[in-house]
Ligand binder design. Sequence first.
Ligand code: DGL
Length: 269
Amino acid sequence: MNGANQPIGVFDSGIGGLTVVKALMTNLPRESIVYFGDTARVPYGTKSKSTIVKFSLENVEFLLRFGVKCIVVACNTSSSWALPTLRKFFKVPIIGVIRPGATAAVRLTRNKRIGVVGTRATVNSRAYDAAIMRLDPSVKVFSQCCPLFVPLVEEGWTEGDICREVVATYLKPLQKQRIDTLILGCTHYPLLARTIRRVVGPSVSLVDSGEQTAGDVRGVLAGNELLTNGKKNPKHRFFVTDEPAHFHKVGDRFLGKLAGSVERAHPYL
Ligand code: DGL
């Protein structure tokens, strides 16, 4: 197993995983991070299981070149479809976003009616449903894919009339089901939280799976005696498979300011 002072590896289909990076930086401020965003092949949310699994395997292989001590699968779509295969192929601890999100939602719900929003692939996988059922079989899960949310966020349209209309239209069926908890099951959706909050009102608890995952990462590292004892400032590196300039521009919106270099990676060429 790689040592405690090695970085944490994080991968996503593109930029969205920076919401998870932000949560990791807040919860584990001394840890260094190597981030891999597959911006040349994004989106994953519209692709088939076999493609998502293949891409995810390649992404882990790339991160292992940096001697990472664990891998965080920031992408909900990859976590939904690829986690069992990744854990079968690699020895390094691999943490996904589904179980942490499901656990928080089960803890929060009072009427046992939980909504899940995500990409089409995540919703079709029923990974959140399965994780929630394992925790509490009496909970009812209602899922809704929201394919327009990712482009809205990437264009910076996270507020305003158009955004609100799209959010309200997608969430209507879930509201009809009287959910009291909503899992934001996609890397991009936390950026829509304000608009979602306005649409669903104050009585629905919103769960940011990425934020919850940071707590799980801490637990896994502590359990394996892998929390860093480094005294120096952490060093972060960001790799993308397409033009770094776009990642920089949109990435600042996700992270505030990208604290680290952005490099072009060619892992599968
Ligand atoms: N990162 C993906 C997720 O969390 C959203 C973008 C995509 O479809 O690739 O599901």
